[in-house]
Design a protein around this ligand. Structure first.
Ligand SMILES: *Cc1c(COP(=O)(O)O)cnc(C)c1O
Length: 487
């Protein structure tokens, strides 16, 4: 019968598949099992056999081929590939060669090595966190951080929460929960990751009162919207876009004066939080009209908030400074308990603030990266190009380029740099970039017009070795193996 032969063939193929135990009995599996654990390997073996069964069913895998694959030890090799893929998941150190300094996808600000050490110690030990050493009584965990932030900014007081989004939520709920908050139409922004100011306000139980137009909002617009139900007037820095041309916005000082006169709390969400600490090369001239935290505080606004992992250069957090009474009100809100900092982050923020206050802000990695000129970066680009040019299959050249501050800090601002433009003999730009991301230490680059661009601005000390290894790994693949199918 015509149908019977393929049927017998597939039955023979199924019979030739190893069992899960047989796959795990491969002598090479022992060290793998020590790393990954038996249960995970059993799961990988089961998944592998599942794929093979599906291939047999689809007529793409026959008995002869299975004999060949087993002889080549392919079942074990597939376990190894799956184990390696598993190890590459989750939070893994990578090389940022994109030139985007505060790259949210790559974890924003890498902290100063001394800060990282303080964080590691806090993580593995008991810590004096919420207790007074003199009296042994409970106190507030971020009292000291608040003091450090106040010293840095000239504010009366400060607190820290999980991120700036948390600070915005806490702000609206504390001062406008069950009441109204006034925001300019031109500042109702979405800050990536579907964080929209109006949505956060709704969740904070604050009613939004929009004033002005997209391009122009005057103080008088805010004033005429104030009613008995107004709890808050908020200014939001439009971090990730800019309105140009015929524009007008109320200054922080004007809003502060309005708030004082009408008895309404005022706040400014800065997002990035630019500082110009003494002893550090200034950044303001590089970042356009990015507002300074100290200026926002000086304007008299009650509450000023910014991210700890943007221009401040610390671990992920939201930092809030301002008038003593306003900060105390935020702290009294029960929601604060749900948004508060963990001890590791808190230790990292204190350490970062102390570095800045002791005149060492210029050592912060992100500050150094932002301050570097194209002239400063040229030698690094040349040295990298020389090393990459030695890898076979790569065509390498140094060219002028542009880096970005990132994370909505200074939108539209580009920082002149030199990049290494790399092309592979057979891989496309996207294939090369993918192979780099899949290197043992992943390397992230920019892709432009058939080339992969390496920007030395965002490389940390020691990254160059992993970057070169990444290119060696990637160049070792040809176009065929980059597209290889799993089976
Ligand atoms: C980035 C940003 C936020 C969100 O900060 P996270 O720390 O990422 O939560 C809020 N507001 C503004 C204006 C921002 O730029």
């Amino acid at each position: 019968m015509l149908m019977s032969r393929p049927q017998t063939d597939s039955q023979a193929a199924y019979r030739l598949l190893p069992s899960i135990d047989e796959v795990l009995r491969d002598p090479r599996a022992a060290p793998l099992e020590a790393r990954s654990g038996r249960e995970l390997l059993q799961r990988f073996a089961a998944e592998t056999l599942e794929v093979w069964r599906a291939e047999i069913k689809a007529g793409r895998l026959d008995a002869d081929r299975i004999v060949t694959l087993r002889a080549a030890g392919e079942p074990y090799l597939e376990l190894e590939r799956r184990a390696r893929r598993e190890e590459g998941r989750g939070v893994v150190r990578c090389v940022n060669a994109t030139g985007v300094v505060l790259n949210t996808g790559l974890g924003r600000a890498p902290v100063h090595p001394e800060v990282a050490e303080v964080m590691a110690v806090a993580a593995r030990s008991y810590d004096v966190l919420e207790v007074d050493r003199a009296t042994n009584e409970r106190n507030q965990r971020d009292d000291y951080l608040g003091e450090l932030l106040a010293r840095m900014t000239g504010a009366e007081a400060g607190i820290g929460v999980n991120n700036c989004a948390a600070a915005v939520l806490l702000l609206f709920n504390t001062f406008a929960g069950g009441r109204e908050a006034i925001v300019s139409r031109g500042e109702l922004v979405e800050i990536g990751g579907s964080f929209r100011v109006p949505d956060v306000m709704a969740r904070a139980n604050a009613a939004l009162v929009e004033v002005g137009t997209t391009n122009r909002t005057r103080v008088a617009d805010y004033e005429s919207a104030i009613t008995g139900r107004t709890g808050l007037v908020v200014k939001v820095h439009t971090s990730n876009f800019r309105v140009v041309g015929f524009t007008e916005e109320a200054s922080p000082a004007e809003l502060a004066e309005l708030g004082r006169r009408r008895g309404v709390t005022t706040a400014f969400d800065l997002g990035s939080g630019l500082f110009e600490p003494s002893g550090a090369p200034p950044l303001a001239h590089l970042l356009g009209d990015e507002p300074l935290v100290v200026d926002a505080v000086k304007s008299g606004i009650d509450v000023v908030m910014y991210s700890g992992d943007k221009l401040f250069g610390g671990p992920q957090s939201g930092l809030v400074v301002g008038k003593r009474a306003a900060i105390a009100a935020l702290r009294k809100n029960p929601i604060y308990r749900a948004l508060r900092l963990d001890k590791v982050t808190l230790a990292g923020l204190e350490a970062t603030a102390k570095l800045v206050l002791s005149g060492r802000a210029h050592e912060l990695p992100t500050r150094r990266m932002l301050a570097a000129t194209a002239h400063d970066l040229r030698p690094a680009a040349d040295a990298l190009a020389a090393r990459l040019a030695r890898i076979s299959g790569l065509h390498v050249a140094v060219a002028e380029g542009a880096s970005q501050p990132g994370s909505g800090s200074a939108p539209g601002i580009l920082l002149p740099t030199y990049v290494v433009r790399v092309r592979h003999a057979t891989l496309s730009d996207a294939e090369l970039a993918l192979a780099l991301r899949e290197a043992p230490v992943p390397v992230f680059t920019r892709v432009q017009e058939g080339h992969v661009l390496v920007d030395p601005r965002t490389l940390l000390p020691g990254d160059d070795a992993d970057l070169v290894r990444g290119f060696e790994h990637a160049a070792g693949r040809d176009a065929g193996s980059a597209r290889r199918s799993p089976a």
